[in-house]
Design a protein around this ligand. Structure first.
Ligand SMILES: [Fe+2]
Ligand SMILES: [Fe+2]
Length: 216
């Protein structure tokens, strides 16, 4: 599905810009990177990641998953991912508050680390579970393409700003986060989401599994 291909490609830049944000926050803490770039990161994550990327996920893809594929809106993967979007936006508000206050470099680094770790897990959950499983379920309901809107000029400017930041602040590894595919590494698993099988599987999927197990 073209929309999912586009959203997945957008993840690559959003993830790279998150890495750049960590590098900026570390350098800023040493007085080696200007606060103005912090505002440029804010514009990228608000205009490109939030207004363009998250909005198409919520308004186009998730609406179709609920309305066309009959998946639950208020629990399971969709509820977790929508909740992440809201809490990621709060992280940006916190980042802005510290930037505007000034002199809060240590707290700023802490907020950037928390934000980028949450964003990393969020992207992994979408890439490895929500997108492929959602696409398969939409296909089963006859939905093979979805129409997402084009970016506004302001959103494209924010995207270009993100690309420039990635070039300016090469990303180092964040050794304290374990990234990975599937439900097991998702922070919501067992907390607010019982995982793909329990949340999304239909009776026929469970039957298929038990048929496979008995025939093995
Ligand atoms: Fe998302
Ligand atoms: Fe996403």
């Amino acid at each position: 599905m073209e929309l999912i291909v586009a959203l997945t490609a957008e993840h690559a830049l959003i993830d790279a810009t998150a890495g750049a944000l960590r590098t900026w926050a570390q350098r800023h803490g040493r007085g080696e990177a200007p606060a103005t770039d912090g505002h440029a990161f804010l514009r990228f994550f608000r205009r490109w990641a939030n207004d363009f990327h998250h909005a198409r996920e919520e308004q186009v893809l998730f609406e179709a998953l609920v309305n066309e594929a009959g998946l639950p809106r208020v629990r399971g993967p969709i509820a977790v991912i929508v909740g992440d979007h809201a809490s990621l936006a709060k992280g940006l508000a916190e980042l802005e508050r510290l930037l505007v206050a000034g002199g809060q470099e240590a707290a700023l680094l802490e907020v950037c680390l928390r934000y980028t770790r949450q964003l990393g897990h969020h992207i992994d959950a979408e890439n490895s579970v929500l997108f492929p499983e959602g696409e398969a379920r939409l296909a089963r309901h006859g939905v093979r393409e979805l129409e997402g809107r084009a970016p506004t000029p302001e959103e494209l400017d924010a995207k270009a700003e993100g690309e420039a930041l990635v070039a300016r602040y090469p990303s180092g590894d964040d050794l304290e986060i374990i990234r990975g595919d599937g439900c097991v590494l998702c922070p919501a698993f067992g907390a607010t989401c019982e995982g793909l099988e329990r949340e999304w599987w239909t009776e026929s999927e469970w039957e298929e599994l038990s048929d496979r197990m008995t025939s093995d």
